[in-house]
Design a protein around this ligand. Structure first.
Ligand code: BGP
Length: 470
């Protein structure tokens, strides 16, 4: 089974760029911006970041956005998703920061001017540090503060922005910060991770509720839509699974995918997952009225970030060394093709499998691929005599294969409306900083963040112009 024959995307299929505020804007201390979690960690331990490049610089887009939007337009990209930084838009008293608001008004106006529509995401792993110190997503204060930030953003930009998202990858902070202990504050506590996940679910739902209210009263434009973006990696297990392997798949899918899919389509969390968690002693900090809050979480459409599948098998032990319940162990597939720079498996068919799950289980929901891309460490070694990086041998096949699986899914009924490539212009990648480059456009750190097209850019331009996946 392949997707070779599917090389045409619909005329109204859109192409765009995926970015985030904290990875691009820079200006970390300008315009009254508060310290966020990435600034806090960078200040505390700069050695945790590749080449000691912390959160400070982004990719200088805060100063170069006019040029960057012009580049997107030139590449045939009609939209760009970035995020507002909570720490820039709001002050420490929870009031709008006028300088931050002015920056985003200018950013959005410049995009419009260049013929690029901005999709606005409200949160990309970047809580203001003062709220984290008061308990982060485990505290109702932070959840309420997020809801009023979202309300302020809708009120300020409600007439300008058509496409809104509450969160990017809400599964990542529970996992990275609280379960696996890989990101600050390095916690390894499964139950706390789920409380964080629950808190984010409430925050998402309160924001959607505020959006509906402000749209009904005319503050938000009538054609605006709100959604959620997650990395809904389809879970796989061994070819001849035991019941315990299938159980590992159910819980992985339940925690990472169905948790959010049920929230945004039914306004409730999946009952089977909550039951299994309770059986293992993991309970949520539920308060009276929470069900009514979660019921507001139903969205208009979804973003699907896809880089890699999740392969799991039955856990070798019930409880890990930190006392956490185990639901699944990683499963290493012998045929896996790896992107060695990132340590992520390349499996383009996963995009189709998720698409067909959506078509079967959530047939009314529209969605788009909100991130997909390949970050390569050796990118700069592929520089040719004319100075451009020739990345066509790896970036083009990666995107081509994923687009063909998307085309096949659409041919078979999937309601996928578009594709945003992650990091069209190289940008700052959290701990990896500038180690792996994703862009069709190079950012030259040795020449003041100068932008330069890579060889793959002309392939992209051709695809966006013709919708033929050559
Ligand atoms: C996604 C995030 C992005 C981006 C991307 C690539 O999970 O939403 O912010 O960073 O992954 O990952 P990385 O930058 O870690 O290579």
């Amino acid at each position: 089974m392949s997707a070779q024959a599917h090389n045409q995307l619909p005329d109204d299929f859109f192409f765009g760029a995926a970015l985030s505020g904290p990875q691009t804007e820079g200006m970390w201390q300008a315009q009254g911006k508060l310290e966020n979690l990435w600034d806090l960690w960078s200040n505390q331990d700069i050695r945790a970041f590749h080449n000691r490049v912390g959160s400070y610089a982004g990719n200088d887009m805060g100063a170069r956005y006019e040029q960057d939007f012009a580049l997107f337009h030139d590449l045939g990209l009609s939209s760009c998703r970035t995020s507002i930084q909570w720490s820039r838009l709001m002050d420490a008293d929870g009031q709008l920061n006028p300088e931050g608001a002015a920056f985003y008004h200018k950013l959005f106006a410049a995009a419009r001017e260049a013929g690029v529509e901005v999709f606005v995401n409200l949160y990309h792993f970047d809580m203001p540090a003062y709220l984290f110190r008061r308990g982060g997503w485990e505290s109702r204060e932070a959840i309420e503060a997020y809801a009023s930030y979202a309300r302020a953003a809708f009120a300020e930009f409600g007439q300008e922005i058509e496409h809104w998202f509450t969160f990017n990858e809400p599964i990542v902070e529970p996992e990275q910060r609280y379960e696996h202990g890989t990101w600050y504050p390095f916690v390894r506590d499964f139950a706390r991770a789920r409380c964080v996940q629950y808190g984010i679910s409430l925050a998402h739902s309160l924001a959607v509720g505020a959006f509906r209210e402000l749209q009904a009263s005319g503050v938000v434009r009538p054609d605006a839509k709100i959604g959620l973006i997650n990395c809904f990696a389809p879970p796989y297990t061994r070819e001849d699974p035991s019941e315990a392997d299938l159980e590992a798949v159910r819980m992985t899918d339940g925690l990472c995918n169905r948790w959010w899919l049920d929230l945004v389509t039914k306004g409730a969390l999946p009952a089977d997952v909550m039951e299994t968690l309770a059986e293992r002693g993991v309970t949520m900090p539920v308060r009276p009225g929470d069900d009514a809050i979660l019921a507001q979480g139903v969205v208009d459409w979804l973003g699907f970030n896809y880089y890699q599948p999740r392969r799991v098998q039955a856990p070798a032990q019930d409880i890990d060394e930190y006392g956490n319940p185990c639901f699944a162990d990683p499963y290493v597939w012998k045929d896996a093709v790896m992107n060695k720079s990132r340590g992520w498996e390349i499996y383009p068919k996963g995009i189709y499998d998720f698409a067909m799950t959506m078509t079967r289980d959530y047939p009314d929901l529209e969605w788009f691929v909100s991130e997909n891309g390949i970050g390569i460490e050796e990118d700069r070694a592929a520089r040719t005599a004319d100075g451009a990086i020739d990345d066509t041998a790896y970036r083009v096949p990666f995107v081509r294969d994923h687009l063909r699986w998307i085309a096949r899914a659409i041919d078979e009924g999937a309601r996928c409306r578009g594709y945003h490539y992650w990091g069209v212009i190289d940008c700052w990648s959290w701990n990896n900083a500038y180690k792996n480059r994703y862009g069709f456009v190079e950012v030259d750190l040795t020449h003041d963040y100068e932008r330069r097209l890579k060889a793959s850019a002309s392939w992209l331009r051709e695809v966006t112009a013709t919708h033929v996946i050559a």
